[in-house]
Design a protein around this ligand. Structure first.
Ligand code: AMP
Length: 249
């Protein structure tokens, strides 16, 4: 069974992002970029399926600028066998990414696609769902446990009230939640090995996909700054403030 894992290059989760002065977006110039953390979990899960004898090959795919090659090399250092870069300088929105990944799925014929539940830059939480719809495949979002059982996959999902376990016929689409696994550290020998693994580059036009944006960003703004707190002398003053000023009691 082939497993395909889409990985996105995003601003590293440790970076405090700055909004551009014209409010048109986030400033990514000279900012550290990394693999989307939910995608690291997806690559790790695919590796565990391979190491457990359930998967035969793990292919990673990234859509975006040339530098996404670094993200793909990291995924191959975790253990993925080979990579596909769909190279484009365009602003790729979830629908375009879902169409590109669908085209790669049609070409590669994996039995399972594992994506992150969301990209931490756009917080869209759309690509996996759109991909499943485009493919006409069953989907299990927010997975915290994955178990291949013959020609089906059992997935435990994190839902509001607790956990839900569902069984899907393969081929299927899964999106990862935080508690699915803890990704391994990438070791230096594996980084060296990853440099020699195959990385194929395609263009959206090669896949016959129109990636023109369908959404227009009107404005991006910083969250409101927190105002300084005050120290109250006693509980009575605190209660009075909560009642009269904050009006929360
Ligand atoms: P989103 O719908 O943007 O929140 O992204 C959800 C998931 O879709 C991510 O965790 C990735 O697995 C995948 N994805 C989104 N954008 C890309 C991209 N440009 N290249 C590869 N995978 C992507």
């Amino acid at each position: 069974m082939k497993v395909l894992v889409p990985v996105k290059r995003v601003v590293d989760y440790n970076v405090k992002v700055r909004v551009k002065s014209d409010g048109s977006g986030v400033d990514v110039a000279n900012v550290k970029m990394s693999m989307n953390p939910f995608d690291e979990i997806a690559v790790e899960e695919a590796m565990r399926l391979k190491e457990g004898g359930k998967a035969t090959e793990v292919i990673v795919v990234s859509c975006g600028v040339t530098q996404c090659q670094e993200t793909l090399r990291t995924a191959m250092a975790i253990g993925a066998d080979r990579a596909v870069l769909v190279e484009s300088d365009a602003d790729l929105q979830p629908l375009a990414v879902a169409k590109l990944i669908k085209a790669v799925v049609d070409k590669e014929q994996p039995q399972l696609v594992i994506l992150g539940k969301q990209a931490i830059d756009d917080d869209c939480n759309q690509t996996g769902q759109m991909l499943a719809a485009l493919l006409g495949w069953p989907q299990a979002t927010f997975a915290s446990r994955v178990s291949i059982e013959g020609d089906r996959v059992a997935v435990t999902r994190e839902v509001d009230g607790g956990l839900e376990t569902i069984s899907l016929a393969l081929p299927a689409v899964i999106t990862t939640d935080l508690r699915l696994n803890e990704p391994r550290y990438v070791t230096l020998p594996n980084i060296m090995k990853a440099k020699k693994k195959p990385l194929e580059t395609l263009k959206p036009a090669d896949l016959g996909v129109d990636v023109a944006p369908r959404l227009k960003t009107l404005k991006v703004s910083e969250p409101p700054k927190r105002t300084a707190g005050v120290i109250v002398p006693d509980v009575a003053t605190l209660v009075a403030k909560l009642r009269n000023e904050a009006k929360v009691i």
